[in-house]
Design a protein around this ligand. Structure first.
Ligand code: NAP
Length: 278
């Protein structure tokens, strides 16, 4: 089984993007990204730090707006409306997951479409639904980028996506459909999950359950893209797939932390650069 190196692929793409940043710099433009983060969950903090690091390395301007878990939805909307008008900010992203009392779709839809670089608003979700995606959610864009970079054609393939969240599962399913995959979406109420997964030539897992998928879920020769970012019994980052268990069955696999996550940050940078070119 070949392991997809998302870190290396992401580094290669960043080299190309650096040239675009330099060109913009010569025109007096510095792309700017604002990250809003809520609560003090270490995983959320680490993810925001990763974005900050990437912006610094790539020459982007970066702002961070931390809030306690008790933040009111209106406070977030008010901030976003200010950032929408801030000229040095080209992209705005709200770090997931959000506390339960916050309506994700309402908050993300307050972001001006031209600054919604993670594509979470109704506007970009609608465009993706209609097959004319502009800012595709970064995790879904990363899945496609890594498939493309590894020469894996989606067209006509039996694709199974496990997970149907608005942030992750649905956008991945839509982008695979857009690439002419034959897509089945599974969720917590799906019956015969193993049987359905075992049909997949491309299996994408996004359920948030450590090492939930094993050899019983994988068709021999399948491509397995594990989007999950979970913790194992020892507290180490792992994915939804038991990678050791599937190594005899899958032909290619991507898994946390080297799989999707680094590319997702790079896609956010890419979209922020696009937004700055506007
Ligand atoms: P979520 O909102 O909790 O959604 C989980 C999905 O999995 C839901 O659709 C749920 O079904 C489904 N599910 C749960 N248990 C299942 C089961 N036993 N069988 C089949 N389906 C099941 O999570 P999310 O925000 O989409 O995130 C999913 C994973 O992606 C997490 O591990 C998260 O950490 C990871 N993630 C990774 C990145 C990255 O950069 N790699 C970025 C963001 C998130 P129902 O709809 O029926 O509840």
């Amino acid at each position: 089984m070949k392991l997809i190196d998302g870190k290396a692929a992401s580094a290669a793409l960043r080299e190309m993007l650096k040239k675009e940043v330099e060109n913009l710099e010569q025109a007096g433009i510095t792309p700017g990204l604002a990250v809003i983060l809520i609560g003090n969950d270490p995983a959320v903090r680490a993810s925001a730090n990763g974005k900050k690091r990437a912006c610094t390395e790539m020459g982007l301007y970066f702002e961070e707006y931390p809030f306690p878990n008790s933040v009111r939805q209106q406070e977030l909307v008010d901030l976003i409306q200010k950032l929408n008008k801030k000229p040095d900010i080209d992209g705005i992203t709200v770090q997931a997951p959000l506390p339960n009392h916050i309506n994700r779709e309402v908050v993300l839809s307050a972001i001006a479409p031209e600054k919604d670089v993670d594509g979470g608003s109704f506007y970009h979700a609608g465009r993706l639904f209609c097959g004319v995606g502009k800012f595709t959610p970064c995790v879904a864009a990363s899945v496609l980028e890594l498939l493309d970079r590894n020469g894996i054609d989606v067209a006509g393939k039996e694709c199974v996506v496990v997970g149907r969240s608005n942030a992750i599962g649905k956008p991945i399913a839509l982008t695979l459909m857009q690439r002419n995959g034959t897509v089945t979406v599974c969720h917590s109420k799906t019956r015969n999950l193993k049987t359905i997964c075992k049909r997949a030539e491309i299996l994408v897992t996004a359920v948030g359950k450590a090492k939930f998928f094993g050899a019983d879920h994988v068709k021999p020769g399948a491509v397995v893209i594990d989007v999950g970012m979970d913790r194992d019994e020892a507290g180490r980052i792992c994915g939804d797939v038991d990678i050791a268990a599937i190594s005899g069955a899958a032909s290619v696999a991507a898994q946390a932390p080297e799989g999707i996550a680094p590319m997702a940050v790079t896609m956010l940078i890419k979209n922020t650069i696009q937004a700055a070119k506007r």
